[in-house]
Write a protein that binds this ligand. Structure first.
Ligand code: AMP
Length: 214
């Protein structure tokens, strides 16, 4: 079972692709953004600490996210494979991941970088709707649910994320460029990076990922 990561700016399709790969390979998705939103909804101490950073489109401090990630990876379902979505997002997080995997005797097999130009990212983010129950991702134009405003999978009312307005999206993209994009070199220099054009459609992106893992 694969041990892989999706890297790319907000709106590049990581969440959509994560759902597809999860079904394909039967591996758990570890999405720190989803875990943080769950903590906010449940009003935990972590949720209270993380909320203001997320609302502004900033990054949650490394020590909080690393702790959250460590506890999630320690769960039973991650033994034979996993897909990371949205973690790591900084070089210190990537170093922490390295250390953790070394302790577990595991290796990150491949990192898929989804590349999408900025103008398209903003359009994708502002049209995005998500299911608060199962985290499925939709787009009002390019990937609408069967029934408007309703999740195909569980019938829940779809929501717009608090950080999906245009101004916050711009900020998140800037932060990606500043703090997360150095991870492209980080993983490229280790020979585990595969770049994929994220504008070619969900199915073709999925095919490329499958072909690389085959
Ligand atoms: P996402 O759902 O991946 O777009 O993440 C939403 C927000 O959660 C981000 O804009 C950050 O504020 C926060 N977040 C998610 N993952 C991380 C991470 N690895 N490091 C720091 N902040 C994160």
């Amino acid at each position: 079972m694969p041990k892989i990561m999706l890297l790319g700016p907000p709106g590049s399709g990581k969440g959509t692709q994560a759902r597809v790969i999860k079904e394909d390979f039967g591996i758990p998705v570890i999405a720190t953004g989803d875990l943080l939103r769950k903590n906010i909804a449940e009003r935990t101490a972590l949720g209270r600490a993380a909320g203001s950073y997320m609302e502004a489109g900033g990054l949650v401090p490394d020590y909080l996210v690393v702790d959250l990630f460590v506890s999630r990876l320690a769960e039973d379902d991650t033994k034979s494979g996993w897909l990371l979505d949205g973690f790591p997002r900084t070089v210190p997080q990537a170093d922490a991941l390295d250390k953790l995997l070394e302790e577990r005797g595991e290796k990150l097999e491949r990192v898929f970088l989804l590349e999408v130009p900025k103008g398209l990212l903003i359009r994708r983010i502002t049209g995005r709707r998500v299911c608060p129950v199962c985290n499925s991702v939709y787009h009002i134009d390019s990937m609408p649910p069967k029934e408007p405003g309703i999740c195909d999978f569980d019938g829940a009312a779809l929501i717009t994320r608090d950080d999906d307005d245009e101004e916050t999206a711009e900020n998140r993209i800037d932060i990606y460029n500043e703090l997360t994009s150095p991870l492209v070199d980080y993983y490229e220099s280790r020979g585990v990076l595969t770049k994929i054009d994220g504008t070619i459609g969900t199915e073709r992106v999925e095919q490329k990922i499958r072909a690389t893992l085959a």
